[in-house]
Design a protein around this ligand. Sequence first.
Ligand code: ADP
Ligand code: MG
Length: 379
Amino acid sequence: MKVLIFGAGQLARMMYLAGAPLGIDVQAVDVSNEDVVNPVTKDKLPLSLAEALDAADAISVEFEHIPEALLEQARLTGKLLPGKEAILTGADRVREKRLLERLAIPNCAHRIVDNVEQLDQAVDALGDKLILKASRDGYDGYGQWRLAEREDLPALKQTLAALDLKKVPLVVEQMQQFERELSLVGMRSKDGQLKFYPLAENLHHQGQLHVSLAPAPDCSDALTGQAQDIFSRLAEGLDYVGVLAVEFFQVGDQLLVNEIAPRVHNSGHWSMQGADTCQFENHLRAVCGLPLGDTQARGANVMINVIGYDGLDLELLKVPGSHLHWYGKSVRVKRKMAHINLSAGNYKQLGEAMLALADYLPASHFPHVLGEGKRLQAR
Ligand code: ADP
Ligand code: MG
C-alpha cells in the first residue's frame, strides 16, 4: 500500500519508519515546491505530484498548514484522510473556536479581533493578562504575543499594527491559570471505532513543548473520561479518520481545550517505545482501513525534545530504557532536532533514569529534565 503525506518533516519520517514493516510505502510532498520525496533521505522521487496523488491508496498530512489549493487537489481524489474540513479547522484558530462553541466544549475565554482598536474592548472584557495568537500559521509558540498589564497595550498595538488582521485575525485569550497541561492522542477508524492513548502531561518552556510524560500521573477515571468524551465529540463532529491530538489545560477537575491538531502529535512520540502500537503506525492503519493496534502504555514513559541543540553525547544511551530518535536536520534556534524516549517500570524508576539522563543534558537546553526527574523519583 502507498500513503502520501503532505509535509516532509520528522512526522512524515516517523510514519515512513513505522510503515515499512507493514509493507506500507510512505512518500512525502514537500509543500514548499511540491516535490515528492523520500521522507527519510529527502531524495526527490521520480514522479510528479499528480502521479503520486494518483498512485496513493491514502493521502494524509503531517502538519495542518497546507496551502488550500493543494488540499483541494487532494480532496478531489477522494483519498484525503482526515478530511479537508478537519485539517482547515486545525490550521485556523477562528474555525477551531467556532467548532468548540458549536459542540459546547469548554475552552479559554476569548475574543476574535481583526482590528487593533478592538483590543481595548478585549481587555475590558477579559482583563489585562492576555495571550494573543495569530489565527493561522502559528506553531510552537510562534505567532503569539503576551500582554501582562494594561500599560503595555499601546506598545503591543504598535507591534501588531504591522499585521494584516483583516486577512489573519487574532484570537485573544485570557491567560489561563491552570494546574497542568495534558493532551489526549487517539484515533478514529474508517468505520468509526475510537481508541485512545493514556493522557500525557506536557511541560512547556517559552511556548514550546519540551517534555511529555505518559501516562500522566494522578488522572482520575473521571478526568480521563472527560478527555475521551471531548475527543469523541470532536472526532465525530469532524467525521475524522486517523490520529487526532487534543491539548487541554486542567483547571481543578475541569478540562479546557487549548487546541487540536489533526495529525500525529509531539506529545504522542513516547508511544514509539511505550505502547504496543505507536501513533505513527496507528495513523497509517487508520487511513489504510486496517485494524487499529493496542494503545495501552507499558509502565511509565517520558519523551524529551532535543531543541536547537546538536551537541548530544551518545553515551546517554547507557541509561537503561533510553532511545534516541534523530530527525536529520541542521541545527537552528528553537528547531526540534530529535527526541529521547525513556521508559521504566514505574514512575519512581523513571525518575531515577531521568536523573541519570540529566547528567548528559545541559539545563540550558533541557530545562525540565532534572526537576521532573526529582519529582518522579520522590513518588
Ligand atoms: P502552539 O500552536 O504554538 O502549540 P498553543 O496555543 O498550544 O500554540 O500555545 C502554546 C503554549 O502556550 C501552550 O501549550 C501553553 O503553554 C501556552 N498557552 C497558550 N494559550 C494559553 C492561555 N490561554 N493561557 C495560558 N497559557 C497559554
Ligand atoms: Mg499547542
